[in-house]
Design a binder for this molecule. Structure first.
Ligand code: ZN
Length: 265
């Protein structure tokens, strides 16, 4: 049976709602409705930028306020484009360097930060566990998608067939241009799926390739046992949608960050 899924949008964030799972909160922030200025305008959520720390703190509080949560409920990690995953029991735990955060503790707000990479959200309504992972191209090639599913099985006793996944906004195939060395990593390392299906070329851009990170992650999640009807893709390109999103590539590296937030009530 397909579960109902809805993307609710307000100025500050997209909220992914799963029918029958009102306690699962999964959000992806936009660049709107915050206090930052200039190239960080305005809802910059990430400290790995040159924006003022005070503004970032205020922006985080603006979002959490909507849920009556204080900013000290948030937990984050140092994202390093790897495939390490961590389970946290409370928001005071330091997750260290890792690219996936999971919890079954209530009101512990998992957070990861993005400006083109693909956010993966996970929720197991049976074991009541939630998670997030950061799938840039390196994480995608390292199959952080199915490692995340394996991690939920191991830590929470989840069955892949119960897990619901949301693939959030990231740079689209339209804009994610890479050279042959990156294309080769995909074709060599992701040999369990027909990865070539998700890599395109453009006649006018000889020697360049266009990779569909969202579609590859979807395929990897399916190969890890998540039912395709339980995988929801928010098909928005962070590079194309300038008014909504920061884009590391489009903005030549100096830009803000959107946050993926996940918590259970
Ligand atoms: Zn695009």
């Amino acid at each position: 049976m397909t579960r109902g899924f809805k993307i609710n949008e307000n100025e500050k964030y997209f909220r992914y709602e799963l029918a029958g799972s009102p306690s699962a909160n999964m959000l992806f922030t936009t660049r709107r409705g915050g206090v930052s200025e200039g190239r960080y305008s305005s809802l910059n959520m990430g400290y790995s930028t040159c924006d003022s720390k005070e503004n970032i703190y205020k922006n985080r509080a603006i979002v959490l306020n909507d849920f009556d949560l204080s900013i000290d409920r948030m937990t984050s990690s140092d994202q390093v484009h790897g495939v390490e995953l961590r389970a946290v029991r409370s928001c005071s735990e330091d997750a260290g360097e890792c690219d996936g955060l999971f919890t079954d503790a209530k009101n512990t707000v998992l957070s990861m930060y993005f400006a083109d990479c693909t956010p993966l959200f996970f929720y197991d309504p049976v074991k009541k566990a939630i998670g997030l992972s950061h799938a840039g191209w390196r994480g995608t090639v390292g199959d952080i998608a199915s490692k995340s599913v394996g991690f939920m099985k191991e830590k929470y006793g989840s069955s892949a067939g119960d897990i619901i996944a949301v693939i959030g906004p990231s740079i689209g195939k339209c804009c994610f241009e890479v050279g042959s060395e990156v294309e080769a990593e995909f074709t060599e390392k992701l040999n369990n799926i027909n990865v070539k299906e998700y890599i395109g070329v453009k006649e006018e851009r000889a020697g360049k390739f266009y990779i569909d990170l969202k579609a590859i992650n979807k395929k990897l999640l399916e190969s890890a046992g998540i039912k395709s009807e339980n995988i929801h893709v928010h098909d928005a390109c962070t590079s194309c949608m300038k008014d909504f999103f920061y884009s590391y590539r489009r903005d030549a590296g100096d830009t803000g960050r959107m946050a993926a937030l996940a918590f259970i009530e």
